[in-house]
Design a protein around this ligand. Structure first.
Ligand SMILES: Nc1nc2c(ncn2[C@@H]2O[C@H](COP(=O)(O)OP(=O)(O)O)[C@@H](O)[C@H]2O)c(=O)[nH]1
Ligand SMILES: [Mg+2]
Ligand SMILES: [Zn+2]
Length: 278
């Protein structure tokens, strides 16, 4: 048996890359009921009968898109059409962080944004950089590619944000469809979902149709709290402090008041804590 990387799933055909060759395989029925192989999985394949025999332990697994072992998630963030949505951005950053994936913000549609507005937005994104999140503009293709070297990457963000366009810019031989009809319009229709990791020169990337609604109810309040990394630097001494409702002695709330912590981040935190499971 050989180890390979599962790079594509089309219904029940699993394409596995072994030593730079691609094999279309089936998955063992027994294994499939236990754990369905995901794109990004390191699998053991039997090349004589083209069957996936086993899945190696995963570092992480996401629902949307259905992928495993992702190192970096590019949060493709449109400033206009669709307009910047800081709540969605913060929610994606939290979910990605909870899943032990590094989030990277990619800004799009700067060309559609008036100059004065861009100035204000620049301040906001400086804040994200200050809390340790990389921020690129979508025209910084070479810088982005350099940063992704050696990693398995996914994109996420709203439909129409410019995810497929970005991947096309990174490899113009891919020709991914852009401007696809919003997924919600297709609801009800049965469409085959293909998930594929594209192999670029030095990294792998998966495209997704995007989404605008995500639930936090499978995450705990503790998960959400820990995903706001900037709260950890405030030495709020109370380990069980929720940083909510003017908790006495809280070291986070004063930093929101004095502007050290971005107000919209804190407001989103309050919303997310309400949305998590009880
Ligand atoms: N003006 C402008 N249009 C963009 C930019 N990025 C993407 N688009 C356009 O936005 C639309 C949606 O892009 P697409 O890549 O399909 O978005 P996706 O749904 O996130 O994959 C397409 O018409 C793109 O040409 C950008 O930076 N500026
Ligand atoms: Mg797309
Ligand atoms: Zn606190």
């Amino acid at each position: 048996m050989l180890e390979g990387l599962l790079v594509k799933i089309n219904s029940d055909t699993f394409t596995v890359k072994v030593d730079n060759k691609y094999y279309d395989c089936k998955s063992r029925g027994k294994l499939r009921t236990k754990l369905r192989p995901l794109v990004g999985d390191h699998v053991l394949v039997n090349l004589s009968d083209l069957v996936i025999e086993d899945i190696k332990e995963r570092k992480n697994a996401l629902d949307r898109p259905q992928v495993a072992n992702i190192d970096i998630a590019l949060v493709v963030t449109s400033l206009k059409r669709p307009d910047l949505n800081l709540t969605l951005l913060d929610k994606l950053l939290s979910i990605i962080t909870i899943n032990k994936i590094e989030p990277v913000i990619i800004l799009t549609k700067l060309d559609l944004t008036p100059k004065e507005e861009l100035k204000e937005l620049t301040k906001i994104f400086k804040y994200y950089e200050s809390i340790g999140i990389k921020v690129f503009k979508n025209d910084e293709v070479n810088k982005i590619k350099k940063y992704l070297k050696g990693h398995i990457v996914t994109v996420c963000g709203q439909t129409g944000a410019g995810k497929s366009s970005l991947i096309n810019k990174m490899d113009n031989t891919l020709n991914l469809k852009t401007d696809e009809i919003s997924l919600s319009l297709n609801r009800g229709k049965h469409t085959t979902r293909i998930v594929e990791l594209f192999s670029l020169d030095t990294f792998y990337i998966v495209d997704t149709p995007g989404f605008s609604q995500i639930d936090l109810d499978k995450y705990s309040k503790e998960d959400i709290k820990n995903s706001f990394k900037e709260f950890k630097n405030t030495d709020c001494y109370f380990n069980d402090c929720t940083h909510l409702n003017n908790t006495e002695g809280c070291k986070v709330i004063p930093k929101v008041c004095d502007g050290t912590i971005l107000k919209s981040r804190y407001e989103n935190y309050e919303v997310f804590m309400e949305e998590t499971k009880k």
